[in-house]
Design a protein around this ligand. Structure first.
Ligand code: PGA
Length: 649
């Protein structure tokens, strides 16, 4: 995965603005007293909150707390959190009685510069975890800007972590920025040797991480219960130790991959075993595990080898304990590895809840570079997955190249679409461009599933502007939103020609999409006759003016314009770089007149019409062309791969 270059809170103007901040205030509480037992997560968000207050922003905080199942419940109220935050900020924190209800709305509206409002627990609404677009819109309506600083939930596509960014321009807070900087650097540009230590009970939890890290690290040290599935895969006796029989083949594949990649992979050479899984069991150190014993920890010789590798490292990533460290008799492997990590001069990153807890309990927390605040999120980040809560935020470069395929009425059989996307994923995984595929309605569901957590976005190719009604055969923008479709192509020349689409319907569709948080790709372009008659500038201008009627400037960040001369579509006849550039520059000028120079400069304009692997570099290199809408060539994995990978950032 390419490092996602996203705007931070410092890149957006928050002065005096209403800013909705998603924080992770899911703090542990004492069941009986309801007191917060550890306020680290609250303190973690203070730099962002303080920065916003210094900018005189009106701060609206939203978080989840625990897992309320049936709506509002006192024991999951944010009240104690608001009280604790009041102390930490040394200023009052206003608590709303609800999340998007009357009280929240009234209090948000009345908020003054430099004041803080805390909404009630966002999970009082089941729409939160469903990423319900209407709920996300209501949350967004409370504010003007969105900031995500909840790294712990960044791997979830929920309404307050991702959906809201489809309605408000979003930036990341300092906590997320720090997480990404440290972990992103380690993964993409590590000081070497780069050593990863992976532990934990199950291989199945770590397959993705191992697979991804094998492409990055010099040495991989494996401990914990999962080590024994690997040892068995190598043909060793592991007695009663944990083994995932159904993962043996996979373990072999991963061992082979390590060899292929020249990654040194170490497994325990000795183990601490017991005759039962119990804190009271008597520990014994063995090199060969007897048939009536199970491994509970790595042994002293393994510790020595692992510590030596850590000592040589310049970057260390550690995730997962080496043994059953909750039982003191079997905690030594984990403790010794923690100590080695703490004592090394390397950049050291602890990801995942268990290893973070281990390093804290063992007292080494101050001696490591970074302890990730997100268990699941850090794991998914190490797996190379795209985190929805970060992906949804504004790109640092608003005109980052956008390579979008338009399959048209092709590959509409789900199995075809899935096979194509499976093959495409690795080819574009490191693309620095935004990547999307426009697909037929019949495969949207399959495409969304296949591309989840990847950098491939799904686009619909059309929608209807009404939410529902007697429109046989149509699919509304609302329906697309509820499927979780992020983009929709509208006004394609084929739709204008064969399906009577007009500037007016394009405009209605654009507004419907924006209303539901789906990002429109609006097509325009002249015919050959119009070009030959010399009326193409006027024609395109009228298309743009028509399409953007009543669309406010603050929504433009969600919109892409695709300039597609009809004479170049599917004909093999591309506009020259200069012809394409001329019109894209012209469109930008029209948008500057309609809105502002600033808005026009930030707008993404694609060129479309016979874009292919050969002409893409010239086209994407032009000043005013910010990507392509690609038909024919997007149906070929290799060609579309080249198109997506052309942009170098
Ligand atoms: P083409 O199609 O690349 O096959 O010319 C472009 C489009 O219609 O979007």
């Amino acid at each position: 995965m390419a490092i996602m270059s996203k705007k931070t809170v410092e890149d957006v103007n928050v002065q005096g603005k209403k800013v909705l901040v998603r924080v992770d205030f899911n703090v542990p509480m004492d069941k009986d007293s309801g007191m917060i037992t550890d306020d680290k997560r609250i303190r973690g968000a203070l730099p962002t909150i303080q920065y916003l207050l210094d900018q005189q922003a009106k701060v609206i905080l939203v978080s989840h707390l625990g897992r309320p199942k049936n709506g509002p419940e006192d024991k999951f109220s944010m009240k104690p959190v608001a009280e604790r935050l009041t102390e930490l900020l040394d200023q009052p924190v206003i608590l709303a009685q609800d999340v998007i209800g009357e009280d929240a709305k009234t209090k948000a509206a009345a908020l003054k510069d430099g004041e803080v409002l805390m909404l009630e627990n966002v999970r009082f609404h089941s729409e939160e975890t469903k990423n319900d677009p209407a709920f996300a819109r209501e949350l967004a309506d409370l504010a003007e800007i969105y900031v995500n600083d909840a790294f712990g939930t960044a791997h979830r596509a929920h309404a307050s972590t991702a959906g809201v960014a489809n309605f408000l321009p979003g930036a990341m807070g300092f906590l997320i920025e720090k997480e990404l900087n440290v972990m992103g650097k380690a993964l993409n540009d590590p000081a070497r040797p780069f050593v990863a230590i992976l532990g934990g009970a199950k291989v199945s939890d770590k397959i993705g991480v191992i697979d991804n890290l094998l492409d990055k690290v010099d040495t991989l040290l494996i401990g914990g219960g999962m080590a024994y599935t690997f040892l068995k895969a190598q043909g060793q006796e592991i007695g009663l130790s944990l083994c995932e029989e159904d993962k043996l083949e996979l373990a072999k594949t991963l061992l082979d991959k390590a060899q292929e990649k020249g990654v040194e992979l170490l497994l325990p050479v000795d183990s601490v075993v017991a005759d039962q899984f119990s804190a009271e069991a008597t520990p014994e150190v063995v090199t060969d595990i007897p048939s009536d014993r199970l491994a509970m920890d790595i042994g002293p010789e393994s510790v020595k080898q692992y510590a030596a590798k850590v000592a040589e490292a310049k970057t260390v990533v550690w995730n997962g304990p080496m043994g059953v460290f909750e039982f003191p008799a079997f905690a030594e492997g984990t403790r010794a590895v923690a100590k080695a990590v703490a004592e090394s001069d390397a950049i050291s990153i602890i990801g995942g809840g268990d290893s973070a807890a281990a390093i804290e309990v063992l007292g080494f927390a101050d001696q490591v570079t970074h302890i990730s605040t997100g268990g699941g999120a850090s794991l998914e980040f190490l797996e190379g997955k795209v985190l929805p809560g970060i992906d949804a935020l504004l790109d640092k470069n608003p005109r980052r190249i956008f390579a979008a395929g338009n399959w048209k009425m092709n590959q509409g059989v789900p199995s075809e679409a899935v096979a194509f996307l499976k093959a495409l994923k690795p080819v574009v995984a490191d693309a620095k461009a935004t990547v999307a595929v426009g697909v037929p309605f019949t495969v949207i569901d399959a495409a969304l599933k296949e591309t989840a957590y990847s950098n491939i976005n799904v686009a619909a190719e059309n929608c209807h502007f009404e939410d529902k009604g007697a429109y046989t055969g149509e699919v509304s923008a609302k329906m697309l939103a509820y499927m979780g479709v992020p983009y929709c192509i509208i006004g394609h020349s084929e739709r204008r020609e064969y399906f009577a689409e007009t500037d007016e319907t394009v405009n209605k569709k654009a507004r419907a999409l924006l209303n539901w948080g789906v990002r429109p790709i609006i097509c325009c372009g002249e015919s050959l006759d119009q070009r030959e008659e010399g009326v193409h500038f006027d024609f395109i201008k009228s298309q743009i003016i028509g399409a953007f009627k009543d669309i406010p400037e603050e929504k433009l960040y969600l919109i892409t314009i695709a300039y597609e001369p009809i004479w170049a579509i599917g004909t093999g006849k591309t506009a020259t770089d200069e012809q394409a550039e001329e019109i894209c520059a012209f469109i930008r000028g029209v948008m500057a007149d309609l809105y502002s120079e600033e808005a026009a400069q930030a707008l993404r304009i694609q060129y479309g019409g016979s874009v292919n692997a050969k002409n893409v570099a010239g086209l994407f290199g032009m000043e005013n062309i910010d990507g392509g809408l690609v038909g024919g060539a997007s149906l070929k994995t290799v060609d579309f791969g080249i198109i997506c990978n052309t942009y170098q950032g």
